[in-house]
Design a protein around this ligand. Structure first.
Ligand SMILES: C[S@@+](CC[C@H](N)C(=O)[O-])C[C@H]1O[C@@H](n2cnc3c(N)ncnc32)[C@H](O)[C@@H]1O
Length: 303
């Protein structure tokens, strides 16, 4: 869509405005996704219901039946994801009878059998995790963000998530040894070699696969909201503007709100109408966004 705006009767601006679409749909994602074509979404990013853990709010799935419950939905995710798209699954196994349950590990193996590549695992470190005391373990301060793909040739925009080099560079790169200036192969045969001097004069570096995000404490009337920073990071890494993002377990619509802010189209599905209402409230105030870089200006220089 192109809009021409007149400024002071002399200047005019051509604004290229493409409408971002946000669809919040109520129902089981297994059924709702049947209405979407194959190979449609660029990114699926979601935090599914955790096994039994939120039983008093939106119903849980027994840890022993988790894989069985998840697989038919994952088959739909596999169908609607583009061949170069990515699926990010934020999940963490709970402890049952004093030990960690294995349903997440079993799920990874079952998803691989279903046809997914298990490409990477990111750890989300919850920086502000609430302190606590348990008799046989310490407080849980991280969750998994599992990355699955349909092919090895998925879209990834690594420059979008670069981080400042940090203070270490000032001291470590100050005085370089001879080996720092050549590719130094690992002495323990790990296959990992590095040329430290490559990082001289660089301001930014690639991040690691540990993501340090604080949980958001404000009340969204949903008991398991993830921080906006989480879907935001993955959206920047795996999508471009106007791409399509899906959150099949959308809850309060965090993913969809972030998608709007980043100019991505999105679909959010939740089985509970009250959460869809919340998600619609969060995303309902969206206005057209002006794409500055595509604006053209003309002016009367005789003024
Ligand atoms: C962990 S919460 C997601 C929270 C969300 N990331 C947010 O920031 O608000 C999981 C959500 O999945 C929904 N859900 C459970 N089973 C579902 C299903 N079969 N289809 C769609 N949504 C489902 C629950 O109602 C719940 O809101």
């Amino acid at each position: 869509m192109v809009l021409i705006t007149f400024l002071n009767n002399i200047d005019f601006m051509v604004i290229n405005m493409e409408q971002i679409k946000t669809e919040i749909l109520t129902g089981d994602c297994l059924d709702i996704l049947k209405n979407y074509p194959d190979n449609f979404f660029n990114l699926i990013v979601t935090s599914p219901p955790y096994a039994d853990s939120r039983n008093n709010t939106y119903g849980g799935i027994s840890p022993n039946k988790y894989v069985q419950w998840f697989l038919p939905r994952a088959r739909e995710f596999l169908r609607v994801l583009r061949p170069d798209g990515t699926f990010i699954l934020n999940i963490k196994e709970k402890a049952v009878n004093g030990e960690r349950h294995t349903y997440v590990i079993e799920l990874i193996l079952a998803l691989k059998k279903q046809g997914w590549l298990w490409t990477e695992e990111f750890a989300w470190h919850k920086k502000n995790c609430f302190p606590g005391k348990w008799p046989n373990r310490f407080r849980d301060a991280w969750e998994r963000c599992l990355q699955f793909n349909k092919s090895k040739n998925f879209k990834m925009y690594q420059e979008e998530v670069m981080v400042p080099m940090g203070a270490w560079a000032k001291t470590r790169l100050k005085k370089l040894s001879v080996t720092d200036k050549i590719r130094d192969e690992s002495k323990v045969n790990s296959g990992f070699g590095k040329n430290v001097s490559n990082w001289l004069k660089r301001e930014m570096a690639y991040p690691t696969n540990v993501l340090h995000f604080a949980t958001e404490c404000f009340n969204r009337n949903h008991s398991a909201v993830f921080p906006k920073a989480l879907p935001e990071w993955f959206m920047k890494l795996f999508t471009k503007e106007y791409d399509w993002v899906l959150d099949p377990f959308a809850g309060s619509g965090t993913t969809n709100e972030v998608a709007q802010e980043l100019n991505r189209n999105s679909v959010g599905i939740d089985i509970l109408p009250e959460y869809c209402k919340l998600a619609k409230e969060r995303t309902g105030n969206y206005q057209y966004r002006i794409c500055e870089e595509e604006a053209e200006y003309a002016s009367d220089n005789t003024r």
